[in-house]
Design a protein around this ligand. Structure first.
Ligand code: ZN
Length: 301
């Protein structure tokens, strides 16, 4: 049986994290663009070493900066897939009316099309938050797939706690919890009408439903990551979802202020790269075929 393995990277820029934590913009010079200017090249090096074609989710408004357009062209030219992560990365996008959502999604399609010469076939919702209106807009734009469902009780619980904590500290997070119904959605890629949904990969219940995402992997060590990777090994498709910030270095990239709020930023770049490298090699070593999310969507009947 053909088993596929995908890596995706959300290119959420540093301002998205400031917004989640309700923090002001008091960063070191140059730190605001660290994901584009520092982290993308680290991911491209890692993927080139491992021979993996990945899927990068781009926020349309980031392409207003010329340097970012050049980075997205470099991603495209290296043979990776470029997909749509909305135009404005509004955490409450799923709560907008359909016309407004369509405007945002189409604006990102146009910006990415202008940048790389083709329109994306895939979409990921900001903050993984879907709604019936957003799903209908995704189909209306004509996307072949959405990769937004995150059926992890561990992630959902941690997000609920974090939002309560931020509120209790008197700060205002712009993140949105979304409906717990997502926890009941299927673990493997599946079709909803014209659109295939490719969920985040979540470990089994006996492991507390810990997700196979960059944050878990970079916070883990070789033993915990091996356990997590082994726990999802029988599946026909495994998806390691990362964020650009997973290969940030708090010290080198001037992100010490944010590191106080983000435990993953307190790990060294060497440690994080090694853990991601090991986890990807694990699946390749088990006979999984690396595939972009666009090509996985084509395999779903
Ligand atoms: Zn995002």
């Amino acid at each position: 049986m053909d088993r596929t393995f995908s890596v995706s990277v959300d290119l959420d820029e540093i301002r998205c994290y400031l917004s989640i934590h309700g923090l002001g913009n008091d960063l070191a010079a140059g730190a605001a663009d660290a994901v584009y200017d520092r982290c993308i090249s680290r991911f491209l090096d890692l993927f080139s070493e491992l021979g993996v074609s990945a899927t990068f989710f781009v926020i349309g408004s980031d392409l207003e900066r010329p340097e970012n357009r050049a980075w997205v062209q470099a991603i495209h030219n290296a043979g990776h897939e470029v997909a749509n992560h909305s135009y404005g990365h509004a955490y409450d996008l799923s709560q907008w009316d359909e016309d407004r959502i369509l405007g945002d999604l189409q604006r990102a399609q146009d910006a990415i099309h202008r940048c790389v010469g083709e329109a994306p076939v895939g979409f990921r919702a900001p903050g993984y938050t879907l709604s019936p209106t957003l799903k209908s807009a995704i189909a209306e734009v004509g996307f072949a797939y959405s990769s937004s469902a995150f059926p992890s009780p561990a992630y959902y619980g941690a997000k609920a706690l974090a939002l309560a904590w931020i509120r209790a500290r008197g700060r205002q997070s712009h993140s949105v919890l979304g409906t717990p119904r997502v926890l009941a959605s299927p673990a493997e890629p599946h079709r909803h009408g014209s659109v295939v949904e490719i969920p985040m990969t979540v470990g089994p219940r006996w492991l507390g439903g810990v997700p196979l995402i960059g944050t878990t992997v970079v916070l883990g060590n070789k033993h915990s990551n091996r356990l997590l990777c082994r726990s999802v090994m029988g599946r026909s498709h495994v998806h390691l979802e990362c964020h650009g910030i997973d290969l940030a270095d708090a010290k080198q990239d001037g992100l010490q202020a944010l590191a106080k709020h983000q435990p993953d930023l307190r790990r060294t770049l060497d440690h994080k790269r090694q853990q991601l490298d090991r986890s990807i090699r694990f699946f390749l070593g088990q006979g999984y075929r690396p595939a972009t999310l666009a090509s996985v969507a084509q395999l779903v009947g």
